[in-house]
Design a protein around this ligand. Structure first.
Ligand SMILES: [Zn+2]
Length: 373
């Protein structure tokens, strides 16, 4: 039976400050060479993505060919879960992919695959979901995400990447894109002509603007940052930009929106956002503030309003989202960096100084002599 491993070749991992890649080192010390040689044979439903460029590698029985791999970092901890690359090897039972396909891996790499939730392809809500990083895989190994030059993933958790989307700017869709797309579909927030408010204009919010516009919605950005207005209007094309710190403007759009997607990570009051919703309006929170938010009940009851939550999306819907973004040519706005810029990128992230996602070009980074392992 397949026992795919979420990430392999960890000694090639490129995380800021080092200290990662323990699995690779442990393997060396525990004489698991024979087991490793046999692993690929058991991964009958797994595929391998590899990052570097070249014609061959010494990565063992996978006989992988090295290709470019892009991945993304997010927030202040290193998620490394928006990965795009080319397939370099497939297991004997893989039928969805072939060597050379450009594919993506998002936030999850495993689930039980048998429960009612998985049968609905809502693997992200499976009680046994395994994330691309910081999870324990079926075989007991820890998942480390995409900071490696190769990753092995069960085919169920691999996505075909649209031909027309670039790998670097398209990679953030694998988390940011599905995080905003899924609630819009589930909560019925896609009716053309309706008004969508996007609270917070960061990695998630800016993609929500683009997807909302593609659904034919009238989109208003609700932001705390006046600096973002000009660029947001120019690059993202919302219909309006409102500063949440401007009471007059907030009052002007009171009871204006049918839907709001709340992407504000910081602890924040919900009352001002609820005041922007029409009767029957819906606000969906897609982030995880570190403390509970205060929820005023009066506007909910008196306006029959709804507050919901949503966490990424299942594999079927994630593929649907990618295809939708391909059709509408939607990508993230990114800054492409090399591995050796990670520490600076982390410092800038702490100051919210990124527009809007950092994406690391590991293939070109690793080909540079000063970054070689
Ligand atoms: Zn399940």
């Amino acid at each position: 039976m397949a026992t795919p491993v979420a990430n392999s070749n960890q000694q090639q991992q490129q995380a800021s400050g080092g200290g990662r890649g323990g699995r690779g080192r442990n393997n060396k010390g525990k004489g698991r060479g024979k087991g490793q040689r046999n692993q690929w044979d058991g991964r009958s439903q797994a595929i391998t993505l590899d990052s570097r460029t070249g014609t061959s590698s010494n990565s063992g029985p996978t006989r992988s060919v090295r290709f470019s791999l892009y991945y993304n970092i997010k927030n202040l901890f290193v998620c490394r879960h928006e990965i795009v690359g080319l397939v370099t090897a497939v297991g004997s039972s893989v039928h969805k992919f072939k060597v050379g396909d450009r594919v993506g891996v998002g936030v999850i790499v495993g689930s039980c695959q048998t429960c009612d939730i998985c049968e609905q392809s809502l693997e992200n809500y499976c009680p046994k979901v395994m994330f691309t990083y910081n999870s324990t895989y079926h075989d007991g190994t820890k998942t480390y995400g995409g900071y490696s030059d190769m990753i092995v993933v069960h085919q169920r958790f691999v996505l075909q990447f649209p031909d027309n989307l670039p790998s670097d700017a398209g990679a953030p869709l694998l988390c940011a894109g599905i995080t905003v797309y899924s609630p819009m579909k589930y909560y019925g927030m896609t009716e053309p002509g309706k008004h969508l408010g996007v609270a917070g204009l960061g990695g998630l919010g800016h993609v929500a603007v683009k997807i909302g516009k593609a659904f034919g919605l009238k989109v208003t950005v609700i932001s705390t940052s006046p600096k973002k207005e000009n660029e947001a209007i120019k690059k993202l094309g919302p219909d309006a930009f409102i500063l949440s710190s401007d009471p007059a403007k907030m009052k002007y759009i009171a009871l204006f929106n049918n839907y709001i997607i709340d992407t504000i990570v910081a602890v924040h009051p919900l009352a001002p956002l609820l005041s922007l919703l029409k009767m029957d309006g819906k606000i969906v929170i897609v982030v995880l503030p570190e403390k509970p938010l205060e929820l005023p009940i009066f506007p909910l009851v008196l306006g029959r309003k709804l507050v919901g939550g949503s966490d990424i999306g299942g594999m079927k819907e994630t593929q649907e989202m990618l295809d939708f973004c391909g059709k509408h040519n939607i990508t993230a706005v990114i800054e492409l960096i090399s591995v050796d810029y990670i520490n600076m990128a982390m410092e800038r992230l702490a100051k919210s100084d990124v527009k809007y996602r950092f994406v690391i070009d590991i293939a070109n980074s690793l080909s540079r002599p000063d970054c070689s392992m």
